[in-house]
Design a binder for this molecule. Structure first.
Ligand code: OSB
Ligand code: MG
Length: 370
């Protein structure tokens, strides 16, 4: 492939309802779309870095900067040498420390273009074995327990097979108890986004009474050993999100007893190719994985759905239908049917942004040309 140009496009889409986590409240989804133009096809990807570095150290303006200064020039150099492939990109930028969300976005856009040239879907490329995936929903922190029960009830009515509650100190045991009491034997899990400390083990052990599938990332990103200690004090299985930045990190975390389950988010780990390697490590070690989400538009959701169709993804993902996020998405809509969402089957990521909708949500655009 020859790289002709790269566009970094900032978009902002209003969310259907505010999404509150322990690290803040999102009312719009503000992200960077990476759009590559090659001699054979165009490719699109969504960079999941949020506006503020509150989920992880990456943030949207920082991602644009590292893309502009180093990642796009590295892809350009590969192209000039006649060696540009999606697979060759990560090795060429291995020297860049961190910035996995920015790397993932450019790699995915290149992969989309490459697969379109080959006429193959990303599901085929990654190893999807299903044409639809069971789907859960991530429910934000609410102002009151009655408001939470209304929200959960509506998602269950829509067919979601698993409910994930965001928790933080002051919003944990009571909302979990209320949801369990009201809705009975549903698949239920919680996500703390690092809101607790090592001293909270006794408090978190109170959640053991509610038969949760898992507790996601209770402690800080760097505290993998703390998760191993916590896992010995609670019976709820520990799942890591923020801490798992690579296949090597997944292996270490599992082997040290820090987690029983891994949330795979392609952006967090540097892309879909590394995501497959994490999946393979977890399958080898007999641990379940599921596909997380970052409130992606259809551009990011489509390849996540394809990933979630790999055989080791045995738990429902945060791969919800379009309506859970947006009144109007930039791609075609994804629907929930029978608790499942169909994976896209067209070439590449299988969806394209609608030019008119895209224009209406664009905040800025910068073209980088050789
Ligand atoms: O921790 O899983 C998370 C959204 C933004 C940032 C972090 C997280 C989330 C979610 C939403 O839980 C998942 C989704 O439906 O996209
Ligand atoms: Mg999480």
């Amino acid at each position: 492939m020859k790289l002709e140009a790269v566009e970094l496009r900032r978009v902002a889409l209003p969310l259907v309802s505010p999404f509150r986590t322990s690290f803040g409240t999102e009312t719009t989804h503000d992200c960077v779309l990476v759009h590559v133009v090659t001699d054979g096809a165009e490719g699109w990807a969504e960079c999941v870095a949020m506006e503020r570095p509150a989920y992880s150290s990456e943030y949207a303006d920082g991602a644009c900067d590292v893309l502009r200064r180093w990642l796009v020039p590295a892809a350009q150099a590969l192209s000039d040498a006649g060696e540009l492939t999606a697979e060759g990109f990560a090795p060429a930028v291995e020297w860049v420390k961190g910035h996995r969300m920015a790397k993932a976005a450019l790699e995915t856009a290149l992969l989309d273009a490459q697969l379109r040239i080959e006429g193959r879907s990303i599901g085929e490329r990654l190893g999807s074995v299903k044409d639809r995936v069971p789907t859960g929903v991530s429910v934000g922190i609410m102002d009151s327990v009655p408001a939470l029960l209304d929200a959960v009830g509506a998602y269950l009515d829509a067919g979601y097979l698993r409910i994930k509650l965001k928790i933080e100190p002051g919003w944990d045991v009571e909302p979990v108890r209320a949801v369990r009491e009201r809705f009975g034997d549903i698949l239920l899990q919680v996500d703390a986004n690092t809101a607790y400390g090592r001293g909270d083990a006794d408090h978190l052990a109170q959640l053991d009474a509610f038969d949760l599938l898992l507790i996601e990332q209770p402690l800080e990103e760097e505290d993998v050993p703390g998760h191993a200690l916590l896992a010995q004090r609670i019976t709820t299985p520990v799942c890591l999100d923020e801490s798992i930045v690579s296949a090597a990190a997944a292996r270490d975390a599992i082997e040290s007893g820090a987690c029983e389950i891994v949330n795979i988010k392609p952006g967090r780990v540097g892309g879909y190719l590394e995501s497959v390697r994490i999946h393979d490590v977890c399958v080898e070690l007999g641990k379940a994985v599921w596909c997380g989400g970052m409130l992606e538009t259809g551009v990011g959701r489509a390849p996540n759905l394809a990933l979630a169709a790999l055989p080791g993804f045995t738990l429902p993902g945060d791969t919800s239908a379009t309506k859970r996020y947006y009144h109007q998405d930039i791609t075609r809509e994804f629907f929930i049917e029978d608790g499942h969402v169909a994976i896209p089957t067209g070439p590449g990521i299988g969806v394209e942004p609608d030019p008119d909708v895209l224009r209406s949500v664009t905040v800025s655009s910068q073209w980088l040309r050789s």
